[in-house]
Design a protein around this ligand. Structure first.
Ligand code: ZN
Length: 326
């Protein structure tokens, strides 16, 4: 089981490595890298996302709860007598396939969509769902970020996310905690601190004891910390620990990317984040520069599980930057 998990994460790591070299191809020779925002099409090529050809697959988590995998963030789906509630909605280009997948598991239309945060690979589908009448829900900061749009600095590339029109914006927002009572479920939306961004929501399905953490928990390699959007390493650690404390040891953990897993994997992730944070903080105290810290490879003993740090979206860079800002 663990061997299989490590192998699949390594494959993801390799995919990242390949896609990173694909990213490099989008720069003309001699052009300074990562300064020009990429188009969605270029970014999709770089990340190996086939927006037109993507297939959506469904995994049953428990009665009434599924996860859809496609292109972009994992989609949680609650299906029952009240209708369909989803967590994150990928892209308009795959919405017909998402709706077909929901039909095939017994749903009919999407009543509610919760966004775990404002990033395009989790929220762009709002542009289709909002105008169709789906009620969109998110943290208040995520709504503000979607309304403004802005540059997402992925370190190895930049992407300018469009400002969403009113019809694509959340109509219900919350600050710390919110409950939705739907399909005989209590669904808790929880925000503990800025983490991956300034407006992250974890979505806890009480009946199945399953929680979707969005990109605060990445199960496909080292996480991206969107420091330019108010995220930070200390917030990532705090947020994950608070979720773990809330849901208890038997919960099912749905990551923003990568396979569905358990609380042991989330606990190992918190240990990794905490260890790397402490190493980088020590190096900053010693006066080391960002480049010196990156060169010192503070993640080295975790790379076997999380893949090469060089294939991440500047994980050590973002840890350093968020600590140096304090
Ligand atoms: Zn994200």
């Amino acid at each position: 089981m663990l061997k299989g998990l490590v192998a699949s994460i390594l494959v993801v790591g390799l995919t990242f490595a390949v896609t990173q070299s694909a990213l490099a191809k989008h720069h003309e020779p001699g052009e300074a890298t990562a300064d020009q925002p990429l188009s969605l099409e270029a970014l999709a090529v770089a990340f190996g996302w086939d927006l037109q050809g993507a297939q959506i697959t469904a995994e049953k988590i428990d009665d009434g709860l599924y996860v859809l995998f496609g292109v972009g963030g994992n989609i949680g789906v609650s299906i029952g007598e009240d209708g369909v509630l989803i967590v994150d909605d990928q892209f308009p280009q795959v919405m017909e396939k998402i709706e077909a997948a929901i039909d095939s598991i017994g749903g009919n239309g999407i009543d509610y969509a919760i966004n775990t945060h404002w990033h395009f690979d989790h929220a762009e589908g709002n542009n289709t769902l909002g105008p169709q009448g789906t009620t969109i829900v998110a943290h208040s900061n995520a709504r503000a970020d979607m309304a403004k749009g802005g540059l997402v600095n992925l370190v190895i590339a930049k992407y300018r996310q469009q400002a969403y029109p009113k019809a694509a914006l959340p109509v219900l927002t919350f600050d710390d905690r919110m409950q939705i009572h739907f399909n005989d479920n209590q669904i808790d939306l929880m925000h503990f601190s800025p983490a991956h961004t300034d407006g992250d929501a974890a979505v806890w399905f009480r009946q199945q004891n399953a929680v979707h953490l969005g990109d605060v928990f990445n199960n496909a390699g080292y996480p991206f910390v969107d420091v330019d959007s108010g995220g930070g390493i200390d917030g990532m650690i705090h947020f994950c620990q608070q979720v773990l404390d809330a849901v208890g040891p038997d919960a099912i953990i749905i990551p923003g990317h990568g396979p569905v897993t358990d609380t042991a994997a989330l606990a190992r992730y918190i240990y990794m984040l905490t260890t790397v944070r402490s190493r980088v903080a020590d190096m900053i105290d010693q006066g080391m520069t960002l480049q010196q810290v990156v060169d010192a490879k503070p993640t080295a003993n975790f790379d076997e599980v999380y893949g090469p740090e060089t294939a991440s979206l500047g994980f050590v860079n973002r840890v350093y930057t968020s600590l140096a800002q304090q």
